[in-house]
Structure formats: C-alpha cells, structure tokens
Write a protein of this length. Sequence first.
Length: 383
Amino acid sequence: MNVAFIPVRGGSKSIPLKNIKEICGRPLVYWVAAAAESCPFIDKIYIATDSDKIKAAAEKFRLSKAEVIGRSKESASDGASTESAMLEFAEKYDFDNIVLIQATSPLLTGEDLSAGFRLFESPNTDSVLSAVRQKRFYWQNDENGIASPVNYDVFNRPRRQDFNGCLAENGAFYITSKKALLSSGNRVSGKIRISEMPEDTFFEIDEPSDWIITEQLMKKRGLCKTETPKIKMLLTDCDGCLTDSGMYYSEKGDELKKFNTRDGMAFSIMRKLGVLTGIVTGENVDLNRRRAEKLKLDVLESGAKNKVQTVRALSENYRIPLENICYIGDDINDAPVFDIVGFSACPADAVSAAKEKAKYITKAKGGEGVIREVCELLFDNDK
C-alpha cells in the first residue's frame, strides 16, 4: 500500500498558521492533499498535525482518501526534523511505501506524483525526490573569499539552450519504502532518482514574499478559486452515482437497485429552488423510469449513447446555457461531459478518468448520498 504523509504543524513563525491560511481561496494544505487525492498510485492520505485548528480545517476537505491524525509535540517542535514525524508515523501505521508531501508546495499536481511513483517503480530505484532544473550559473567562495564557478567554465560560458543547468530540490515530495525509512532514518536513501517538475514549482512558501509569488503563479495556472456559476439544471448518471453500481436479482430474476433516500431529499430541495433535475443514462430499464417518477425529476434520458450530445440537446431545449448545468458521473463515458458543463462532480469511487476531469470529487461513494453532497456544496444547504 502506498500512503501520502503530509506533516503540518501549528507553530509556523514567519506566517502564523500558514498551513491553513487561504491561498487562491483554499487553505494551503488543501492543494497538496487534493493533488494526492487525484494520484491513482496513492491509496491513503494522512495529514498529521498537532493543531486543533488545522485538524478542524482539514476535516472539511471532503477528500475520500484523506484522514487527519495527530502527531506528538516533540515531532512538531521548532527543532524537530521532518524525519522524526515520519518515523513516529511509521511506527504506528502499516504501509509499504510512503510519499512525504510538503504543504508548502501548492503547485504540486497529481500528475507530478504519478510521474514520481512510475520512476520509483523502475528497476534499480530505492527512493525518488522532486526537483526542478535551473539554468543558472553558481559560484562559491573559498576560505579566503576568492570566488570560483561551481557548474560552468567562465572561459567557455555556454548559451542557455546548450546548458543543462543543475537540479535543485523543490521540496514538493519524496518517495521511499517503509523498510528503507526505518533502516536509514531518512526520507530518501539507497539508489535515488530525481523526478523533474516544472521550473515554476521551485518556490516553497516559507516567507510572505514566497506567498505572493506562488499565488501569482497559481493564478497564472488558473488554480485560484472562482465563483461557481449559478446552477439551473443538475443532471446525473444513474448507476454508480444514484446507486452503488451493484446489480441485484430476486429469486424470480427481477433486477433490483439500491438508491439512497438522502439523494431524494436533495432533489426535493433543488425542486423548491427552481433547479431542473434529471438522469442521463446509457441504460434503458423500467427501474430508472420508476425512480425518476418517484423523485419527480424533470428529465429522464435513457439509452444515451453519446452523453455530450444528449446534454447539449437538453441545454438547447430548456434554453439553459451549458455553464449553468451541473453534471455528475462516475465512468469513462461521463468524463467528456465534464469538459462542457459549468460544474462537474464524481463519486469517491469513480474511475480515474472521471476523477481526473471532475471539478469536485465527493466524499461519498456511489449510492451513499452523492447528489445530496453536491446539492449542499452548490446551494449551501448545510448552513
């Protein structure tokens, strides 16, 4: 099992409680936890903190893989190393491999972590760390204050395009095995490989100036939280969203499905708010029709072979712009719809293709209140 370990303490001096200070509309630690959530190589995420305030904030992230755990005061002190927190964790929890993720690297993505794990799984590799390639000329002083170049020949200054530069740790992540961690006492050991990340990920947030620079970079990437468009229609797939994807049969051979009553209440709430609701499914069975009637849904599109075309047609027929439509799906054929609607969501147990494109991944699994969770998110019914 691969686990992500994100140590966050409440004693930051340069930026008080920086790990939950909002950057681009989200707490700092959220961004790396969300990156880990979207990485298919990671099975479980542990956010370790000594702060009740950080714990309360992290527990609201609605990330299905994440669990907030405590850490000792000793491992969270100013003088403690990150390795002390890792070793403390390793003594208490079972896992095979661990990726240490620093909360101060909000530009980290699930793709970066996946690239790191693919490298970690390659032959002759014991550990992996993230780094960026910097094409800068480095110098050092000797004991007499005389300077000399570190990485180039001053008499043969290379052009930038011909210069390989140097690899510098960006502190985003480190991958190793539990066995190697306990043996070496260090985050990396043995035969170490480097997973390169984009140059703009060099900055770690340690000082207020780092915060300003990083937030601008996040804005440039389009990561900053924007206001969710006003949703006027909510559409969902059936199996895997309204149900748990299970196919049940009675002794007589009748097909049965398990729906969640909390989703029924969600549809009722949306109906009172004037939001149109419906099911778009590739199936064409009477069970779905009866459920749609019971829920008093406005739309039931059965046998939808091309869901993008179906949703576009509904947008035109009801004169509701695509940007005002929310679509919930869990499988490969749902993912393309996520590209055209204003808001998209998928259950916690959706396939990776859906998770990679959805704007929101619910904490609930299919059939466990997915629509209710999205309803509360969009319409603030939990307040």
